[in-house]
Write a protein that binds this ligand. Structure first.
Ligand code: ATP
Length: 629
């Protein structure tokens, strides 16, 4: 017998499961049943598509089932399936290490606060290891489909496991897995047939395979007027692929239960969309929106959340081709009547049937979301709190659905508390307002206090506050909302819209000063102009239409773009500001030189641009300070 140690992460996870996750120990059964159901799905798929496995039909593999057997007296619970099974290597790699990136990610997020951590873990399910909440020893006997040997894996869930080949009475006659759970003190409550039935119905009623329970059933003997126990085997679950049933037959609880057994989430989903399409293509989709965004939402190796079935036969999960990447938070099922069973991942990408299903599914999900946005604002706000960002990715990437997505995303604004839709912002436009204005490039408070907003505040015009990094990229690709243009307030041309007729004398008067400042700043600026967008601040920098903004430049640099041309913004000066008036009053003022740089540097700082030469800035500031004290 070979004794092997668990991977460090497994030990960590086990520690956590055993010491802090007692709040829902019953989920161990759901996790094991879900693994068995996956194993049955896999084998059924192989037997339909692979010659080698077709030959096995008739030898147990055509009777997919899950069996629970209870030995109450010895506190033993046995769960068996006739699924794909595991061989020696599988047992080591699947039950001795953590391959799932989600779980690794989870472990890195642990806060040490048991309550919080158990909520976190609910988001992905702990899988097989949850059995150690209720067991002090677990034996797994497994035989892989197409192989002869049965392997036994045994562990107390502490440091490691033993692995050996078994023969004789313990060898399995057909492929599959048997898990013998030696219930511990905590788990003793599950050595009860009625309790087990209740849990199976609660979590696994709609698993596509039958689950049988063998236990000592107490029955009343009418003649002798006493309770007698009879060994009984009963099917416990409904075993209908529930998504194939009609909506009218299904209750909310059916949907919620299906969601939980599908995802391992402990919380109810926010909402679900169940569709049956008939006509040229026949398929069923059942999509769920989890109430909390999945942990791996922003990871490149995220897991797709939609399972593909063909005529109720499981084909694959984790595929990233079933929905566009921005809808990666959606969980659920696509079940098609028209796809071939042996469809591979490679074929999937170009398959016409699947492309049509995918296109229709995206439209369906987005239109359902739009209905919720209109009819249930509170629920929609919960949705937006989790998924605004992926929707924005959609605005950028999904050209075909851009209009709908623009209606779904929400933004901060100078006119509302919380968030606004673009439709509402459009409603609020002033009669003379020519575009929907937005400001990007910094944190919420930095943007709200930016001098660029002064004129808009004065005129009562709304500006969208885009403080999410992704906004800048999204808006660079989206020129308008309906018939209204989007305009960034930091672009040089934008202030033209708002210009009040400046008196020609004023412009004339300013000219020499502007030239002087320009001469002082040299190549650091493209131009120096009188501003029509400032009220309280003396200066501001803006960029040309086709130039990246300061923040965009930082992002491009962070992404490794090296040969960006040097930044050359336009400096705008507020002709009515006291500092400027003073400089104008005395054109020979020896301080114009310092003033020019300080006006420029402060404008850069407000835009979040780090100064190239902070030492000189500080020296200048001190010089001016010294003169004024
Ligand atoms: N009854 C079983 N039959 C065959 N393989 C199994 C069985 N139970 C577990 N496995 C294998 O062990 C792996 C690990 O199982 P575990 O429950 O820890 O995670 P998972 O099922 O992969 O992830 P998740 O629970 O997030 O879906 C499975 O992916 C599967 O390959």
């Amino acid at each position: 017998m070979a004794k092997q140690e668990f991977q460090t992460e497994v030990s960590q996870l086990l520690q956590l499961i055993v010491h802090s996750l007692y709040s829902h120990p019953e989920i161990f059964l759901r996790e094991l049943i879900s693994n068995s159901s996956d194993a049955l799905d896999k084998l059924r798929h192989l037997s339909l598509t692979d010659e080698k496995f077709k030959a096995l039909v008739g030898n147990g593999i055509d009777a997919p089932r899950i069996d629970l057997e209870l030995d109450e007296a010895n506190k033993l619970l046995t769960l068996s399936d006739t699924g794909v099974g595991m061989n020696q290597e599988d047992l080591i790699s699947h039950l001795g290490t953590i391959a799932r990136s989600g779980t690794k990610n989870f472990l890195s997020h642990l806060s040490g606060d048991a309550r919080k951590d158990s909520n976190l873990i609910g988001q992905f399910g702990v899988g097989f290891y949850s059995v150690f909440m209720v067991a002090d020893k677990v034996d797994v006997y497994s035989r892989k489909a197409g192989e002869e040997s049965t392997w036994k894996w045994t562990s107390d869930g502490k440091t490691g496991f033993d692995l050996e080949e078994v023969t004789g009475e313990h060898a399995r006659s057909v492929a599959g897995t048997t898990i013998v759970i030696h219930l511990n003190e905590e788990g003793a409550q599950y050595a009860n047939g009625y309790r087990l039935q209740e849990i199976v119905k609660k979590y696994s009623n709609h698993i596509a395979f039958p689950i049988f329970l063998t236990y000592d059933k107490s029955e009343w003997d009418a003649e002798k007027k006493e309770s007698i126990k009879t060994r009984t085997t009963e099917q416990v679950n409904a075993a209908s692929a529930m998504w194939r049933r009609s909506k009218s037959e299904l209750k909310d609880d059916d949907y919620k239960e299906m969601y939980k057994s599908l995802t391992g989430d402990w919380d109810d989903p926010l909402f679900w969309f169940h569709t049956r399409a008939e006509g040229t293509l026949e398929y069923t989709t059942l999509f769920y929106i989890p109430s909390k965004a999945p942990m791996d939402l922003y990871q490149q190796d995220y897991k797709g959340g939609v399972k593909l079935y063909v005529k109720r036969v499981f084909i694959m999960d984790d595929s990233k081709d079933l929905l566009p990447p921005y809808l990666r938070f959606v969980r659920g099922i696509i079940d098609s009547e028209d796809l071939p069973l042996n469809v591979s991942r490679e074929i999937l990408q170009q398959n016409k049937v699947l492309t049509s299903i995918k296109t229709a599914s995206v439209k369906k999900i987005l239109s359902e979301l739009k209905t919720i946005a209109t009819n249930d604002k509170e629920k929609y706000a919960q949705f937006i709190a989790e998924y605004n960002r992926p929707l924005k990715e959609g605005v950028y990437g999904d050209y075909a659905n851009r209009d709908t997505l623009l209606d779904l995303v929400r933004f901060k604004s100078t006119k509302v508390e919380g968030l606004t839709s673009l439709a509402e912002a459009k409603e609020r436009m002033q009669p003379e307002q020519k575009a929907l204005y937005y400001i990007t490039g910094g944190s919420d408070s930095m943007l709200r206090n930016s001098p660029l907003l002064e004129i808009y505040k004065k005129k009562g015009i709304e500006v969208l506050i885009l403080d999410d990094e992704i906004d800048e990229i999204v808006f660079s690709a989206v020129p308008q909302y309906g018939d209204v243009e989007f305009k960034a307030v930091n672009k040089s041309s934008t202030s033209e819209d708002l210009k009040d007729e400046a008196t020609p004398e004023k412009t004339e008067e300013l000219k020499p000063l502007l030239e002087k400042i320009k001469a002082t700043l040299g190549d650091a600026v493209k131009d120096v102009r009188a501003s029509s967008r400032l009220a309280d601040s003396p200066s501001v920098i803006v960029s040309d239409e086709d130039e990246p903004s300061a923040r965009m430049r930082r992002m491009m640099e962070a992404m490794g773009q090296k040969d960006l041309p040097a930044m050359q913004p336009t400096l705008e000066i507020n002709p009515d500001h006291e500092i400027i008036r003073k400089l104008l009053a005395d054109p020979s003022n020896s301080r114009v030189d310092d003033a020019a740089w300080l006006l420029f540097d402060q404008a850069l700082l407000l835009e979040g641009v780090p100064l190239k030469d902070p030492t000189t800035f500080v020296q200048r500031l001190n010089r001016v300070l010294n003169q004024s004290i």
